[in-house]
Write a protein that binds this ligand. Structure first.
Ligand code: LLP
Length: 432
């Protein structure tokens, strides 16, 4: 390998005494305690990302709502809540998790295209700050639910600015053909009609054009269009107070640095002189680099001129590589040595699908069975997207901070997994 071997993405993960450690704890030690595979989070790296994000927005009237879909572990939510963050939720489950973590209703925004009446009721009863509404039928339903409870629902309408975020097609959300938001042209009459609903209080305008944006130009286009529309609505007498700019800032999966400064500059430029509180819903930026998926090599298989490193982690634990062709850097837990020869190999799991891979045709370290590897940037959309496919139990999540470690979700045990099924009468009847 002519280039430098992959390096950890944050200073909290680094090589010391020949091995990868996290905030002072060797990964091998954690693996011995909890078994593999497992997700490992650095609380300090999460805090540092949050502080960088809020610092970049200093001077703006900005509020940050952590997009819990990226990582909804209670310990993660509370780490951000302790720093003053609110939560962006998209389901009853996320709303309940946010409330359980002690986030007050007034620091919660509820997004998503398909909120049910039950979810609306729960949000209204919790006194949440804002419902981001994406269609007329949804607004009518919210109006009815709010009136039936004798309440008024605070609403931001999510617009679709028709901007291509230039990200993976499955996570671009601001193009005309995507299911999200109201068309800008349609939004004018939408607001006029919405003003007539007694159960609705229009407070804001929201946008989210996609996730993992590595170019900031689409943000400029979207934010500029949105700010202009916000001014127009205010001019027309809609008493708006909040502009929600969504999430989407990308991270450097291949070692590049996310352009937070350029993002913040675009926000300032687009919202200059605007009478509005700004809301942000970052998910990935706050947690991706602060997490690893740690997995052990089970076998090294050489066949048909190919080399496969077969590990105990799989697509059910981290689905991003196969779902989005996402790239996650693979770190050797033993510190790479100058004389190591990196060879092309596939990093695969034990699940019975050819799609079960973490990397293909990648230059990988000379690992042997028993070695630990760590997949970088697994803190966002990792554990939350995992499943028990192939009856593989959900894996533990471990959080470290300054030399301490805590299992923040234990490994699911087999008995619990099986006990969740129940039998129909015709199978469970005792033998006659
Ligand atoms: N706000 C809204 C309305 C969203 O839909 C999303 C993400 C966010 C905020 C947070 O975006 P972030 O800052 O994390 O980019 N599973 C995919 C990502 C899906 C993102 C969906 N929406 C992945 O693994 O790449």
């Amino acid at each position: 390998m002519t280039t430098r071997p992959p390096q950890p993405a944050v200073p909290e993960f680094s090589y010391r005494d020949g091995a990868l450690q996290a905030e002072g704890l060797p990964l091998e030690l954690i693996a011995e305690r909890v078994g593999t595979p497992f997700f490992l989070y650095s609380a300090s790296a999460m805090e540092a990302a949050y502080r960088r994000f809020t610092k970049a927005l200093e001077g703006l009237r900005a509020e940050v709502f952590f997009a819990m879909k990226a990582n909804s572990n209670q310990a993660v939510i509370q780490t951000f809540a302790a720093l003053g963050a609110g939560a962006d939720v998209v389901s009853e489950g996320e709303l309940r998790r946010a409330l359980a973590a002690g986030i007050p209703g007034e620091k919660i925004v509820f997004a998503g295209v398909g909120k049910t009446a039950r979810e609306m009721t729960l949000g209204l009863e919790a006194g949440i700050l804002q419902f981001n509404v994406e269609s007329w039928p949804e607004l009518e339903r919210l109006d009815a639910v709010a009136r039936s409870l004798g309440l008024v629902a605070p609403v931001a309408i999510r617009v679709n600015p028709n901007v291509d975020a230039k990200t993976h097609t499955k996570i671009a959300t601001g193009r005309r053909a995507d299911k999200f938001g109201i068309d800008l042209d349609h939004a004018r009459s939408f607001y006029a009609e919405a003003m007539k609903l007694e159960g609705i209080r229009l407070e804001g305008l929201a946008v989210h054009i996609g996730s993992q944006l590595t170019e900031v130009t689409p943000f400029r286009e979207a934010f500029t269009r949105l700010a202009a529309f916000y001014r127009e609505l205010q001019g027309a007498g809609v008493p708006l107070t909040r502009l929600d700019l969504g999430g989407g800032l990308g991270v450097g999966y291949r070692g590049e640095q996310p352009d937070l400064e350029a993002y913040a500059a675009i926000v300032r430029e687009a919202t200059e002189g605007l009478e509005a509180e700004l809301a942000f819903e970052p998910g990935r930026y706050l947690v991706a680099a602060a997490g690893l998926l740690v997995t052990r090599v089970v076998y090294v298989k050489e066949e048909r001129g190919r080399r496969f490193l077969i590990v105990d982690g799989a697509m059910n634990d981290l689905i991003r590589p196969t779902l989005y062709e996402a790239y996650h850097e693979i770190l050797s837990v033993k510190e790479p040595q100058a004389d190591w020869v990196y060879g092309e190999a596939d990093l695969v799991g034990p699940v019975c699908e050819s799609g079960d891979y973490f990397a293909r045709d990648r230059l990988l370290p000379p690992a042997e069975a028993g070695d630990l590897l760590a997949l970088s940037h697994a803190g966002a959309y990792g554990a939350v997207m995992s499943s028990t496919y192939n009856s593989r139990p959900l894996v533990p999540e471990v959080m470290v901070k300054e030399g301490e470690m805590a299992v923040v979700r234990g490994r699911q045990d087999y008995a619990t997994m099986i006990a969740q099924d129940s039998l129909p009468d015709w199978l469970s009847k005792p033998d006659q």
